[in-house]
Write a protein that binds this ligand. Structure first.
Ligand SMILES: [Cu+2]
Length: 621
């Protein structure tokens, strides 16, 4: 009885302290010029941009209503890095956990922020839409176990991103086109810091600042350094780590890193430099500034210095794989399930370059995978019903899951797992030729592995990660370089489907159901093809195009013969035209020679000219 009363008291205290944050946000277009170079349409929330930073405490409730007033596009919202315990249907990715929010409709994201704290962000999970500006910072505070428990005087949120002058829809169309045979990604026009350029941050001497860096870009990783200063990394992707000193940060899109900055005694201003990782750009156009300068300002009356161009390789750098979580979560045991995926980029039969995991490119099902789980009863544990082109794996509850990712591509890729942080067991360095993972060649795994929710695989390299399937839900594992996600670089991880059914029940919230009903692309029930009578009948599901044919097809042979005939005709025409020319010019030439012959008196030259005249007349005849 005493224990029950005590528990009740604790529950009451928690419920008194936990707050509900209500947001009603309309997504609308505005005409803005963040980089000072070009105005373009940008997606605002209630007309505001940069988007508001959402700040909550661990345990708080969030009621985030997104109203689609874009007028020309569907939308959605994902809260990047949040576990969404028992609230999987508010995770946000279209095709995985929801239908798109239709024009004029809305959706309520209603969840408790539980069991985690740190630096997160929120962004649209509809195509590559967040590059149009629909992204902002999301901070979860925890005075006891979060970065808030550390000693610092002030805090600043610093976002970095790439920036395009074209709409994401235009860029995606251009990229997924047979006229882009290399599959080259769109090159950004600029890099932003806090959604602006030439930003200044005022500081005072001899103070400690907590800087929360977030890369909200869509493609390019960036280096960040503050001249003549050192950072101390204390948090990555919501995981508190032992302080690690570094002069240089590297953030792939989707990644966050909080650092402590101790300011100096003297008064002088310093360049805060952000630098795009040029290795990720197919080409570097002349007018693209890959390095941008911002400033940490000790004294507003002093000038803002030029940056010194440094080779970032000269700076001391801490690899995120070597960070040690403060909670000392031990290495997870040998996996119960190992998912080995080889990824590559390849042109398929329609001439478009796709991203393939084990030869399969992710194609969105006709029913969001979570809704298939919720409508399929006991069939939910059967991988087949989720479609043959969705790269779906069904995971058992509370097992150790290992993902081995082998990169057969010569670009880097930042992979993000929804609903979890994962342990990083191993990540290879970049290679010129593919180096897939071989278990027996590996080094000893760390005792307390570094954890995060977004990890970059090196060019032609690999990584090995583990996590526990203790969060029932449909979770995407995908490249956060969204142009690649559009090319199909995603897995669907259906974690403990029967438990998902227990947690969520079978009735969708009405606004979610309405969005499916109004969508001409998705249904709310059935297997990946929208079938409810025969769960194995996948006719009508979206499939990737056939591979490019090997060798010649009938069409190819016809084309070959036709082009050979055309070539022969062309040669004949050139010959005819050329000879015609020679005849004509021959005639003119012989006239010239005859005139010359009349004027020349030297008999030797006369003889030579006579020969030439008879030769050219021969051609004429
Ligand atoms: Cu990628």
């Amino acid at each position: 009885m005493l224990l029950a009363n005590a528990l009740l008291l604790v529950c009451l205290l928690v419920s008194v302290q936990a707050k509900t944050h209500t947001f009603n946000y309309a997504a609308r277009w505005a005409w803005l010029n963040p980089d000072g170079v070009k105005y373009r349409p940008v997606i605002t929330l209630n007309g505001t941009w940069p988007l508001p930073t959402i700040e909550v405490n661990k345990g708080d409730r969030v009621e985030f209503r997104l109203i689609n007033e874009l007028g020309n596009s569907t939308t959605s919202m994902h809260f990047h890095g949040l576990y969404q315990h028992s609230s999987n249907w508010y995770d946000g990715p279209v095709g995985f956990t929801q239908c798109p929010i239709m024009e004029g409709s809305s959706m309520l994201y209603n969840f408790t922020v539980d069991g985690q704290s740190g630096t997160y962000w929120y962004h649209s999970h509809t195509c590559a839409q967040y590059s149009d500006g629909l992204r902002g910072a999301f901070i979860i505070r925890d005075a006891e176990n979060g970065v808030e428990s550390l000693q610092y005087d002030e805090e600043k949120v610093i976002t970095i991103s790439d920036w395009y002058h074209d709409l994401s829809t235009v860029l995606t169309k251009r990229q997924l086109s047979k006229y882009n045979p290399t599959g080259g990604e769109p090159i950004p026009q600029n890099a932003l810091m806090n959604d602006s350029k030439n930003v200044t941050f005022n500081v005072e001497p001899e103070k400690t600042y907590l800087l929360r860096f977030i890369n909200m870009g869509i493609m390019v990783s960036q280096w960040v350094y503050l001249e003549d200063h050192e950072f101390e990394i204390v948090e990555v992707d919501g995981v508190l780590v032992d302080p690690a000193k570094t002069e240089l940060l590297y953030l792939s899109v989707g990644q966050r890193c909080s650092v402590l900055l101790r300011t100096k005694k003297g008064k002088k201003n310093y360049a805060l430099v952000q630098k795009m990782d040029e290795q990720m750009l197919d080409t570097v156009p002349d007018d693209l500034q890959t390095v941008s300068t911002n400033w940490v300002v000790y004294d507003e009356n002093l000038p803002l210095p030029q940056r010194t161009d440094l080779d970032t390789w000269d700076l001391n750098f801490v690899n995120d794989v070597d960070l040690v979580p403060v909670d000392r979560m031990p290495l997870l045991p040998e996996p119960d399930m190992s998912i080995v995926v080889d990824m590559k980029m390849e042109m398929l039969g329609d001439g478009v370059v796709y991203a393939l995991f084990n030869e399969k490119s992710y194609m969105a099902p006709k029913v969001p995978t979570l809704y298939t789980v919720l409508s399929s009863g006991k069939m939910a544990t059967n991988e087949k019903i989720y479609g043959s082109n969705t790269n779906t794996f069904v995971l058992n509850y509370n097992e150790t899951i290992e993902i081995v990712l082998n990169n057969f591509d010569d670009n880097k890729h930042p992979f993000h797992l929804h609903g979890h942080e994962f342990q990083i067991l191993e990540r290879s360095k970049p290679h010129d030729v593919p180096h897939p993972y071989h278990a027996n060649h590996s080094r000893q795994f760390p005792e307390f592995p570094s954890r995060r929710d977004t990890l970059t695989v090196a060019a032609n390299g690999h990584f090995v990660i583990r996590y526990k399937s203790d969060n029932p839900g449909v979770w995407a594992f995908h490249c956060h370089l969204d142009w690649h996600l559009e090319q199909g670089l995603s897995l669907t991880l259906v974690e403990a489907p029967l438990k998902i059914q227990q947690q969520l029940g079978s009735n969708l919230p009405k606004d979610q159901l309405d969005n499916c009903v109004n969508s001409n692309q998705f249904h709310a029930y059935g297997n990946a093809a929208g079938n409810v009578y025969d769960w194995y009948d996948l006719r009508g599901e979206k499939l990737q195009p056939e591979p490019l044919p090997l060798g010649f097809t009938i069409k190819g042979y016809i084309a070959l013969v036709a082009s050979a005939l055309v070539a022969l005709y062309g040669l004949y025409s050139i010959y005819g035209f050329g000879m015609d020319d020679v005849k004509k010019h021959g005639w003119e030439d012989s006239e010239v020679l005859v005139n010359l012959r009349r004027k020349v008196e030297d008999p030797v030259i006369q003889k030579e000219l006579d020969q030439l005249i008879s030769q050219t007349r021969g051609i004429e005849n």
